[in-house]
Design a protein around this ligand. Structure first.
Ligand code: CP
Length: 303
């Protein structure tokens, strides 16, 4: 039995197989409509979500399976003090596979260690968000044609943004990637990540102003300031609008630069940018369904 806790749980060859399957699904979704007949996905979400939970549910329904679950801790027996370990042992009696989001780092890993079914980390605190990374990689592969040889700028909350941490670790395995980290000093990328990049000899820069580096980028990955991870509201209010990507700023970028965002967006991309052909964040959400369909099939051994 196999779980997904971290994007590095799959080798690059296994990822290539997964993306090829997801691509095939995107071209002919109907062909896969009965692959998961009789199978059930549990979505155990102890933290809010729109995309991850609903795209998992959409993925399982499109594969012919069923879904059950909870979308907040308060509507589960966690509110009565039940542990994640006990919950997953019970969920293992009701479902064939489980996607779990939890505010505590490592909680899905604890669940996996006690589970009778595959567990997918759907986001754990500020730590990892591997299925968002699969979505991001698939989007880059589909829209740029390759996962190598580009400069990516990651902009915003690089301290708490788990999608950023997972994406950097995943991209480190591909060739000729340069990272530009764009953040205020308070939200800079954690040292353990820059240490990893230095040890691996991978080029990176840290800058504060988006305008200074936007012209050098092949991909701009915008992120939201993670209000829920701040210790005080005052700091959040001071930093929340530090970056706002507008149509005017986008004029400084290359004609073929991709703008990605894991969403939800708050203020960091003006809605006027949505009509720019470089804005790919809603396509990214669509790719998230196909890649989760491929992931469910792979973890259930149905590919
Ligand atoms: N990208 C993402 O994780 O969105 P949700 O929080 O809505 O699931």
């Amino acid at each position: 039995m196999r779980h997904l806790m971290n994007p590095l749980d799959f080798s690059t060859d296994e990822l290539e197989e997964l993306f090829s399957l997801a691509e095939d699904i995107s071209h002919d979704t109907a062909k896969y409509a009965h692959v998961c007949d009789g199978k059930t996905l549990a979505t155990c979400f102890y933290e809010p979500s729109t995309r991850t939970r609903l795209s998992f549910e959409s993925a399982m329904i499109k594969l012919g399976g069923q879904v059950l679950g909870f979308s907040e801790a308060s509507s589960s027996s966690a509110a009565k003090g039940e542990s994640v370990s006990d919950t997953i042992r019970v969920i293992s009696c009701y479902a064939d596979i489980c996607a779990m989001r939890h505010p505590k780092e490592g909680a899905p890993m604890v669940a996996a260690s006690r589970s009778g079914i595959p567990v997918i980390n759907a986001g754990d605190g500020g730590h990892q968000h591997p299925t968002q990374t699969l979505t991001d990689l698939m989007t880059i592969r589909a829209l740029r044609g390759s996962l190598s040889g580009f400069t990516i700028g990651l902009c915003g909350d690089l301290k708490f943004g788990r999608t950023v941490h997972s994406l950097i670790e995943a991209l480190m395995r591909y060739k000729d990637i340069k990272f530009i980290f764009i953040s205020p000093p308070e939200l800079r990328i954690p040292d353990y990540i820059t240490d990893e990049l230095r040890d691996a000899g991978i080029e990176y820069e840290e800058v504060i102003k988006l305008e200074d580096s936007i012209g050098d980028l092949d991909i701009l990955y915008m992120t939201r300031v993670q209000r829920e991870r701040f210790f005080n509201e005052e700091d959040y209010v001071r930093l929340k609008d530090f970056y706002i990507l507008t149509a005017e700023k986008l004029q400084l970028a290359r004609e073929d630069m991709l703008v990605l965002h894991p969403l939800p967006r708050v203020n960091e991309i003006s809605v006027e940018v949505d009509d720019d052909p470089r804005a790919a964040y809603f396509k990214q959400a669509q790719y998230g369904v196909y890649v989760r369909m491929a992931l469910i099939m792979t973890l259930l051994g149905l590919n």
